[in-house]
Design a protein around this ligand. Sequence first.
Ligand SMILES: Nc1ncnc2c1ncn2[C@@H]1O[C@H](COP(=O)(O)OP(=O)(O)OP(=O)(O)O)[C@@H](O)[C@H]1O
Ligand SMILES: [Mg+2]
Length: 314
Amino acid sequence: MAGGALRPAPPAPPEQLRTTHRASPLIQASDVWYRHTKDKCQARGLDAAVRPGEYIAVLGRNGVGKSTFGKLLIGLHQHERGAVVTAGMDTRKTSVAAICRRVGYLFQNPAHQLFTGRVIDEILFGLRIAGVEGDEAVRRARETLEFVGLDHKHEQHPLKLSQGERKRLAAGTVLALRPDGMILDEPTTGQDHRRLTYLLRLMENVNRDSSTAIVMVTHDMDVVASYATRVIGLSDGAVAFDGRMDELFANAAAMQRLGVRPPEVVQVANEVTSLDLGLPKSPEDLVGRLVGHDLVVEAPEPVLELNQHRTSGR
Ligand SMILES: Nc1ncnc2c1ncn2[C@@H]1O[C@H](COP(=O)(O)OP(=O)(O)OP(=O)(O)O)[C@@H](O)[C@H]1O
Ligand SMILES: [Mg+2]
């Protein structure tokens, strides 16, 4: 992330900051092989590139290796074969700490990265390792806590926070370092709707305004549809799908392989499109055409009421 405050700035012209396939990758994984134990390979020739400014969703069935993939990208797991170069660093020759200063990592379980006795110390710890000390470190830590909605809890013990708050604190430890990229492993679990929206907007702002690449492991297809610009789908230790959201939603075989279903709104749109109803002349006409296709169950009361109001208002 470029220097400057963390606060959301007015959006920059999209063409300037968004993904460009001409930009050299922030992360490049080439023919990566990895196994946790002798009997099973979790990565079998993984190829993936993440470019500056991209917002990528990582999808795949439970236990397929999404978290393993994220950890391979920052060197937390060391691959046996192939190459991973993250922010210009060979992950086999560089410390995880050095890599995480450029590309932060949010664990699926935030307890794995919270270890101090005070909320603010979690942020200060990372800043100190990055060489930010004294008043400047405190200022940035408070600013970050405010950013993730936890400033009022800066003196609390992290273990007293709710699961959702711990996720936001862990996200704060990453954000405070103003990284060029972030790998977020299921950041949306444990958040109520309001906080979830807040967290996602925050990530969206950071992605858009600072061109920070985001790689988000998630099962939430609404989140994928609303925010991600690209999907990397994992299956059987390899990248089984790499493309845009709409390409995935139009590819039933790929969705089946990844164990995902499109969001409801996309499902309904697909069904309506597949019925080939032609252009309706009115809302009632549309409903009439849909009746009998299992998409409309009851008479369209609100539509009728709306028309009655219109009529009576004349
Ligand atoms: N440290 C480990 N030692 C041995 N096996 C492991 C280890 N970590 C993960 N595994 C196994 O590797 C496989 C991939 O795990 P991983 O956590 O990467 O999957 P995931 O796609 O993130 O799963 P989930 O959707 O449940 O988060 C699983 O079969 C898991 O049991
Ligand atoms: Mg996982």
